[in-house]
Design a protein around this ligand. Structure first.
Ligand code: ADP
Ligand code: MG
Length: 285
């Protein structure tokens, strides 16, 4: 079952261009200067990708979608992945989430190599530890909002009663009280995305993956949905990995990496409010 989410708010301080910092830094690079405050980033990585290579197609017509990506996602952190169409963002997201297998390289989640898991275990991991929010929400049209949220939980073994209580609480919290019984066609785009966010977060995932989550919404609605996604991830301690081509959307995340031709080209880290801006450039590869 697919689903996915976002990050938290950050000051829109211009990013300076000092402090070169390799985008492909080992484990704790992004969290080292964060104080231990609520909502702050824990340095131990929840996801760690090394030397990811992904080619599509067969001999003669191959596309190298990822060309040596190293990336670490810290616990409870928020990361935006930016770059032009075709640069490999979705491929990277799907490999980090265990939906796609890399041609070579590895992804570790909480220290476990995803390649060491059977398909069944990877599916279970996706259900129990990952949440997904995609551009169009991907709600099942024949189910109500509430049913869309409880279905993946029940597939994961949660009882209907527990899943219903949990789903109702998330829907209410996301401003959808009174809309539990509506089907997706009876919801606005922003409301449907909030149902998708409720679905992504209901299982208390350690990571929420979002691929262009506001791409189908108007700007105002998109910003509101984004804020809800970011705040919800932060409140529940989930890391957010969000693909976007919109810099305003990326600004909701603490960290941003930009991709170019299957590689990470740059990294930016937004400091905690009140701290000096930390500009980071150069994926020296
Ligand atoms: P982005 O999300 O940044 O637009 P993608 O990860 O979707 O980029 O795609 C990266 C490259 O891989 C593109 O050149 C795209 O055409 C190619 N690609 C993606 N998926 C497939 C596929 N299933 N088969 C063949 N080529 C693909
Ligand atoms: Mg894409």
């Amino acid at each position: 079952m697919n689903t996915s989410p976002l990050a938290h708010t950050a000051p829109s301080t211009p990013i300076s261009d000092q402090s070169p910092h390799p985008a492909a830094a080992p484990a704790s690079a992004s969290g080292t200067h964060q104080a231990a405050q609520p909502g702050m980033v824990h340095p131990s990585p929840v996801l760690s990708a090394r030397r990811l290579l992904k080619t599509y197609g067969t001999a003669g017509t191959t596309t190298r979608a990822l060309d040596g990506v190293d990336l670490v996602v810290a616990r409870a952190d928020s990361l935006a992945v930016m770059g032009p169409s075709g640069c490999g963002k979705t491929t990277l997201l799907h490999i980090l989430a265990g939906i796609l297998t890399p041609t070579s390289g590895s992804v570790h989640h909480d220290g476990t190599d995803l390649a060491s898991l059977t398909d069944r275990h990877r599916t279970r991991l996706r259900r129990s530890d990952f949440g997904f929010v995609f551009q169009d929400g991907q709600l099942l049209p024949e189910l109500t909002a509430l049913e869309n949220v409880i279905l993946p939980r029940m597939l994961g073994g949660t009882s209907r009663r527990a899943a219903t209580a949990e789903a109702a609480s998330w829907l209410d919290r996301l401003g959808l009280a009174g809309m539990h019984d509506r089907r997706p066609t009876q919801l606005s785009g922003g409301q449907a995305q909030r149902v998708a966010i409720a679905r992504a977060l209901a299982g208390r995932p350690s990571v929420v993956f979002a691929d262009e989550p506001t791409g189908a919404l108007d700007q105002t609605t998109g910003q509101a949905v984004l804020q809800i996604l970011a705040d919800s991830c932060q409140d529940s301690g989930a890391s957010l990995v969000m693909v976007t081509h919109d810099a305003k959307v990326a600004a909701a995340c603490r960290r941003t990496v930009t991709m170019q031709d299957g590689r990470i080209a740059q990294e930016f880290v937004r400091p905690a409010a009140g701290a000096a801006a930390t500009g980071i450039t150069g994926a020296d590869r």
